[in-house]
Design a protein around this ligand. Structure first.
Ligand SMILES: [Zn+2]
Length: 320
């Protein structure tokens, strides 16, 4: 399956959080449009089929929809593949069946969060070991007692289930061997990307800023992170305070790296002005055309640190 383009009708990929979702996969309880009887409707990329309850062996096809709405062949193929792929001794073992409709994989590919349509109004959400994005749109069988999730297409392929973040009420009350419940927060955290972690950290800093203002004991690093969620004059003012703090700090330590990180959070206009400001009131040279942006002591500069002037003349008002 293509990661981008080509399969846009089948699903989507969000590069920032590695979430993949199908818009065609389904497994739900519904009523037959012809006879109004209770049926399960299953659809994935190989086709769709109506099944008489229960959602499990012997997988009896609900005949009156087969010929009416969809190609008979596609339906027959899906039912046959379900029949051959899945154990027919399901009566002595309670399995959960469903179609994977979303997968979210961790950057190290050690965990995947799978959202499974299992014939219930809510989805079953399980955290599994390993990188399982290839399970999207697959019909799966879940063995709660063994904490394993099997691909219906290949009985040899299975994943260990770490825990279930959401179990539909209907499945809970059906007496199936139950999966261990884990918190949704823990499950989401296991597949979070670095970008999401940063966004969440920034969100927390924004809340703290609203509550405490800048009176709290903020570190320089936290100031820089907070800049990412501020805008307008608030951002200018905080950037000025941060720049001054960094200057005072680096007079003692000589460490310029925080200035480069500060510059990254600013708009191109403000970066240019910061560069001018630093040149005016310090011996620091900010290089904006390097990748990444760099800040370093300019040994040829005749300037020394002029903190008082730097405080009186905010960088964002400097001419470019
Ligand atoms: Zn019917």
């Amino acid at each position: 399956m293509h990661l981008k383009g080509g399969c846009s009708d089948k699903g989507s990929v969000d590069a920032t959080n590695s979430l993949r979702r199908t818009y065609t996969g389904e497994c739900r309880k519904t009523n037959c449009p012809e006879c109004r009887g209770e049926v399960y409707f299953i659809r994935r990329n190989k086709g769709s089929v109506w099944i008489d309850p229960p959602l499990g062996p012997p997988w009896d096809r609900h005949e009156c929809m087969d010929r009416a709405k969809i190609g008979y062949k596609a339906a027959a193929n899906l039912t046959n593949s379900l029949r051959t792929d899945l154990p027919d001794n399901g009566k002595d073992r309670d399995y959960i069946f469903g179609v994977v409709i979303a997968s979210e994989i961790s950057e190290d590919r050690r965990r995947t969060l799978l959202t499974i349509a299992a014939g219930e109004p809510e989805s079953l959400v399980v955290l599994v070991s390993g990188g399982a994005d290839s399970f999207l749109e697959k019909f799966v069988r879940i063995d709660g007692a063994q904490s394993r999730l099997f691909s219906a297409g290949d009985k040899r392929i299975f994943l260990s289930i770490v825990g279930a973040a959401t179990i539909p009420i209907g499945l809970k009350s059906s007496g199936e061997p139950m999966l261990e419940l884990i918190s949704f927060r823990r499950a989401k955290k296991a597949v979070q990307t670095e970008a999401q972690r940063i966004a969440i950290a920034r969100g927390k800093l924004a809340i703290r800023y609203e509550r405490e203002g800048l009176q709290a004991s903020w570190s320089i690093g936290e100031f820089v992170q907070l800049l990412g969620v501020l805008g307008g004059s608030k951002k200018d003012e905080l950037a000025q305070i941060t720049a001054l703090r960094i200057l005072k700090h680096l007079m003692k330590t000589g460490d310029c790296s925080a200035l480069a990180k500060l510059a990254v959070e600013l708009s191109p206009d403000r970066r240019d002005r910061l560069k001018v400001w630093l040149k005016e009131y310090s011996p620091i040279k900010l290089s904006l055309d390097t990748q990444p942006i760099m800040a370093r002591f300019n040994r040829h500069s005749e300037r020394s640190f002029a903190i008082k002037e730097a405080a009186e003349n905010p960088f964002y008002k400097m001419p470019k």
